[in-house]
Design a protein. Sequence first.
Length: 503
Amino acid sequence: MSRFARPAFCTVFLAATALGGTACHAQENHKKETVSTYLARIKAIDKAGPKLNAVIALNPDAAKAEAAVRAVQGPLAGKVILVKDNIETADPMPTTAGSLALKDNRTGRDAPFMLGLRAAGVVVLGKTNLSEWANMRSGASSSGWSGAGGQTRNPHALDRSPCGSSSGSGAAIAAGLAWGAIGSETDGSITCPASVNGIVGFKPTVGLVSRTHVVPISHSQDTVGPMTTTVRDAALMLTAMAGSDPADPATDKADAHKTDFAAGLAAASLKGVRLGVLRKGLGNNPKVIALFDKAMADLKAAGATLVDIDFEEPEEMGRDEYTVLLYELRTDLGVYLQSLPASSFKDTPPIRTLADAIAFNTAHPEELKWFGQDSFEEAVAMTDVAVYQKARANSLRLAGREGIDKLLAEHAVSFLIAPTGPPAWPIDLVTGDHSIDVGMGSMAAIAGYPHLTVPMGAVEGLPIGLSFMGAQWDDKRVLEAGAAYERARTVPVPKPSLKRWGE
C-alpha cells in the first residue's frame, strides 16, 4: 500500500452461461481456453451481467495472432493475455493511460518486453482499464476509475474497490477473462490489485524488465510485471519479459540476471528458510491478524523459521518518495509525450508536457467530474533539482541500505513477509479511496526490490495476499518462496461471487 492518500500508485460466475461452464471453472482450467471463449466471457461478464468494466479495448487481430502461433512450442504458446492500458503494443489499439487526452494514441510500437512474450507465443487479447495516469493525478482518486474507461469493479464484491492502478488487470484475471495480464507499478500498483482481487502479482527488481514505451511516473521506481492465478504462471511470463534494453539504462544488468524463473519452482521448499515477519504491517483489524496467523502456521508447518521483526517504515521515507515521484512525473512524462507521433492526437489537442495535460483536463470537465488534479499541479511546480536529489538519496537509503538490506542482514533472514494490504474497501467516487492501514510494501517499491503477493485467504469473502520481499535481483528466490507457500497454504482461496458484498 502507498503511504499517501491514494491506496497505490502507478490495483464465480455463478449463473450458467452459453460458455458451457463458469468463470470460476475457466479460471482453474485455462488449457482449453481460446480467444473466442475469452471474448465470449468478456461479453457476458465484463460488458454485460455484473459489468466489471475491466477491459478497456479489444484487439481486433487477436484471432489472427492466435492462428499464427499454432506452430510455436513452449509453455506460453497460445496463452491469451491482457495488457494494462499504459503500455504500448503494436496491435491496433490505443494506449490511453486512462486519459481522454490520449484516446487516439496508436503508435504502432511494441514495448520491448512485449517482443519476448510474442516470440514465446503469447496472444494479446486487449487492454485493461486502470486508475487514470496510474493513480498519480490526485490524492482524492477512486482506484480503478479513468476518464477513458470509467470505474472498474472488484469481481469478489462489485461495490468494493479493485485497488490500483493495475485495477483492470487484477479484476480481469480474477474473473477468468484471460490467462494472464501485465500490470505496472510505481508503489503498490501491481501488488495491491493482485491482493484484493485474490490473484498472484509480481513486481520484479526495477531494471529487470524494460519500461520503454510505457507511460511513466518515475524512472526510479516504475516497472512492469505479471499478474496471474499461480506463481508458476507469473514466473513463465517473467522469463519471457526480462532482459536488457539499450533505450532503458536501468536494464543494463538485466541480461546478467535473466534466467528461467519457472525452473525448479515445483521442488522449491521453505524447509530451513528464515522469514522476517513485519508485524507492524498487520494493522489492528483482528480478522486480518487471524488470517495472517493462519498463514504463519502454514509457513511454519512447511519448515520455515519465523523471525519477528520490530520495524516501522519511517515517515520521512514516504515524504521524500512523494517528492521524487512529483519531480520525475514532470520530467519523465514530458519525455514520453514528446515521443508520440502527431497521429496520437487526431481529434484532441496535442499534449507534450504535464502542463498540457493539466490544461486538457481543465478544458474537459468530464475528466474532473469526480476528483481533481492536485498531484499534477504539485508536480508541475516541482522544479528544484537539489531538493529532488536529496529526497531520492534519502528515500532510497531508508528503503534499501537501511531498510530491506539492513533487516535481512541483521536478522539473518532470506525474505520479509507481511500482509500485502487490507481487504477491499467500498468504492466511493465522491470522496475517494478510504482503507485501513495494512501492509509494508513501500520499501520494496522505493528500493526497487522484488515483491511478490500470493493469495492467503479472505476476510468476510474479501481476498488478502501475503507479501514476500527480497533483496535486489533476488527475483527467482522470491518466486520460489511464494510457490512453496502456495503449495503449503491450507486456507481456501475465495472464488469471485460477481455480486455486491454481502449478497
